[in-house]
Design a protein around this ligand. Sequence first.
Ligand code: ADP
Ligand code: MG
Length: 256
Amino acid sequence: MPQITLGNIRKSFGSSTVIPDFSAQIEDGEFLVLLGPSGCGKSTLLRMIAGLSDISGGDLRFDGTAVNEWTPSQRGVAFVFQSYALYPHMTVRENIAFPLIMDAFQKWYHIPVVNSVMRWKLMRRPDIAERTDHIARQLELTPMMDRRPANLSGGQRQRVALARSLVRDPSLYLLDEPLSNLDAKLRTQMRSEISALHKRVKKTFIYVTHDQVEAMTMATKIIVMNKGEIQQIGTPDEIYANPANTFVARFVGAPP
Ligand code: ADP
Ligand code: MG
């Protein structure tokens, strides 16, 4: 069964329709890239899948179950944004553990504030410590767990931000242009780290980008979009070798 089914999804903001009618299936374990120019509706689509934005029409299903009414946390997704900020006063370990600490704290107290003593105590809870160490190992952050963000390189900071986004062990990873603020060298390095993470965790990734090279090198499947509509769905090879129309050919730089 396909893990995610988008059935005739529509999105309007007031009188303007950004996504008229979007249908696709995303299989379990896929690295799906949504590729298209700026403003074509990629982030809007991802936000609807995450539950951060209402669907105007249509049907979104996870493993066959309609999730239109589910909250983001019920959906079990991790959302990695384009811009990230670490907490400068916290160590790498605390930064990574922070979402878990907040979850535990809110479960007990139903308030969204946690002071440093509580934070320190919660950090030592075995489940939180274990999960934090695990994700740190996956992103090769173990040797720098006690450092603060000011003492890290740009690439290390980006990996900490990624670890923090992923620490909840989601079943679905949603990434919205996570590398677009990085320089070319770091972008190449992070590309292969995200691909390696996908191979290790064996979960479904949906990755939004306007960068053809990212799409071609990372995707198992690409959906090329323009103006809220699907232009082509296929593997990188299929799309490059056989672009469906001139828009796709131009956009991926394939011979028309
Ligand atoms: P992309 O991520 O592909 O660059 P977006 O999904 O951010 O595109 O935006 C698609 C279109 O929807 C754009 O025309 C944008 O202006 C519009 N849009 C996005 N969010 C809102 C909003 N909250 N209110 C009104 N229009 C929006
Ligand atoms: Mg966007």
